[in-house]
Design a protein around this ligand. Structure first.
Ligand code: FES
Length: 327
């Protein structure tokens, strides 16, 4: 049977029953991947015609073009088909791994956000903006975004307490400096695209600031000169954190503009009142040619997604990381 890989127009003869990711890797075709177990979404590609069968959670479901996306690591080739690889010039490959670590600091960022610093036994390579699963104990496991870069000496997580949340109650009340934990990753597709040279819109709501900080720092560390508009949206002034860090970032890099937008109640010095969506719409006339990184609560990410695509960002250039509440 024949597999055609777009946009490269590569034609391959493959055995029926082959795993799609295995075939792509064996033929050195540019595909991003990480977990190889259907969890991270990194290896997502599109079936343009023909049929691919899922071997993962949707086992057996046939995926037939048009606009049907599959995870290459969870796909079995059973028929002639044409698939399309996303962003062939932006491939990232970080093999997901589980690494032991030690909590080195627990800091109070706001009334309901803690900053946890972790020293790993071995570094985990990740792209700016990705996340990992943190196992505090066998019963206390949650995914959190890295606020830093893989070149940092320690990992940083920013964790908001979820009302009645079992895991965040443990983190806030029982976790101590020196605790042994495990970090598994990286995961996630809302990572920095380094080949893009146009303007970047980076929006973090609440602890969505963590991956946004990682993306902005990653862009600066990579020497990207793109104009970067960073919006940090919070519910009220008491939810603002990392003010000085953001100020220092903007002061040191003229291409970075920071806006702190407070939804309700009075805003503090250097901050703005209102919804982050309204602020973006007011500030920016068009987002044609931009890339958008959107991280935070699902409702905010959905609203931003609608807004930025309406303002001109191509939907394939919106990288969204919605934080679903699980305490
Ligand atoms: Fe396929 Fe993670 S590599 S979903």
């Amino acid at each position: 049977m024949e597999l055609v890989v777009k946009p490269l127009n590569v034609r391959l003869n493959v055995d029926s029953g082959s795993n799609l990711l295995d075939v792509l890797r064996a033929n050195q075709l540019p595909i991003s991947y990480s977990c190889m177990s259907g969890r991270c979404g990194t290896c997502r590609c599109r079936v343009l015609s023909g049929q691919v069968r899922s071997s993962g959670p949707e086992a057996g479901r046939p995926h037939t073009g048009k606009d049907d996306y599959v995870l290459a690591c969870q796909s079995v080739l059973t028929d002639n088909c044409v698939i399309e690889l996303p962003e062939v010039d932006e491939v990232v490959v970080h093999t997901a791994r589980i690494v032991k670590g030690t909590v080195t600091a627990i800091e109070e960022a706001t009334h309901d956000i803690r900053r946890i610093r972790v020293k790993l036994a071995k570094p985990i390579e990740f792209s700016a903006g990705q996340y990992a699963t943190v196992q505090f104990t066998p019963e206390h496991i949650r995914p959190y975004s890295m606020a830093g870069l893989s070149s940092d000496a320690e990992m940083e997580f920013q964790i908001r307490r979820v009302p009645d949340g079992r895991v965040t109650a443990f983190i806030f009340e029982e976790l101590e400096v020196g605790a042994a934990i495990r970090v598994s990753g990286p995961l996630g597709t809302a990572y920095l695209r380094q080949k893009h040279t146009g303007p970047m819109l980076c929006v973090g709501g609440g602890t969505g600031l963590a991956p946004v900080l990682s993306i902005v720092r990653g862009a600066l560390e990579a020497g990207m000169q793109n104009p970067i508009h960073l919006y940090f949206g919070v519910r009220s002034a008491k939810d603002v954190y990392d003010r000085e860090r953001l100020k220092a970032l903007a002061a040191a890099h003229p291409n970075v503009i920071v806006h702190i937008v407070v939804a309700t109640g009075p805003a503090g010095a250097g901050q703005r009142s209102g919804l982050v969506t309204d602020a973006i719409e007011k500030d920016l006339k068009t987002l044609d040619g931009w890339r958008a990184y959107l991280c935070g609560a699902p409702a905010m990410v959905d609203a931003l997604n609608l807004l930025v695509t309406r303002m001109g960002v191509e939907s394939s250039h919106v990288y969204a990381d919605a934080f679903y509440l699980s305490g």
